[in-house]
Design a protein around this ligand. Sequence first.
Ligand code: XBP
Ligand code: MG
Length: 236
Amino acid sequence: MADPVRALIFDVDGTLAETEEAHRDAFNRAFAEAGLPWVWDRVLYRQLLAVSGGKERIRAFVARHDPARLGPQLDPMVQRLHARKTALYTAAVRRGGVPLRPGVARLIAEARAAGLALAVATTTTRANVEALFDGSTAGAGHGWFATLACAEDAPAKKPDPLVYRVVLERLGLPAAACLALEDSPNGVRAAAAAGVPVVVSESVYTAGDDFTGARAVFPDFAEVTLDTLRGLHAAG
Ligand code: XBP
Ligand code: MG
């Protein structure tokens, strides 16, 4: 019988909120401002999301779709583009246009009432997480999560388990005492590689993907209770 779950570790993009359309729009606006002929439509963006991390995603795009730009000038250009993209993204989500996904606020309230620790393990930047919380009408985030691990804390991006190892160390808990909530195959692989049991809520860009390694896959958390999660955690 597994030890009872003592912490929930939330992914951000696609799990706490459907943020990827706001990311995609910010990427495209940063590219247009820079006079680049790049437009990431939904079909292409779904393919590009196989690469975690915005900077890594731009580099992967260039390697495949605009290889003439590979070379020593690429990295400074990626840094500039990503900084501008992050400024555009944070301004957009701070305006409040991106609500929490169904069931997320209730799950967090249940977990807090039950004395569980709450943490975030995300590939995105801390600025993006803070902006999402600032824009949340549910008052999400500030004070909800005792522990965050973001892109700055884990240079190796999901599916690398580093971000989960960092958050476990900060929680001071063993992986088996936690449960990860994710939306993507990269996230499932990262959590599983860190030994953290993981459940999935499919997001707009991951519905139908291969979530091998997840304890359960839900369309969203609207009907999922803390007791549901406890049962899945115990069944491991
Ligand atoms: C999702 C990601 C991020 C975002 C873009 O992170 O892979 O790269 O798509 O944000 P997660 P950045 O699902 O782990 O929250 O441009 O800041 O990377
Ligand atoms: Mg995600």
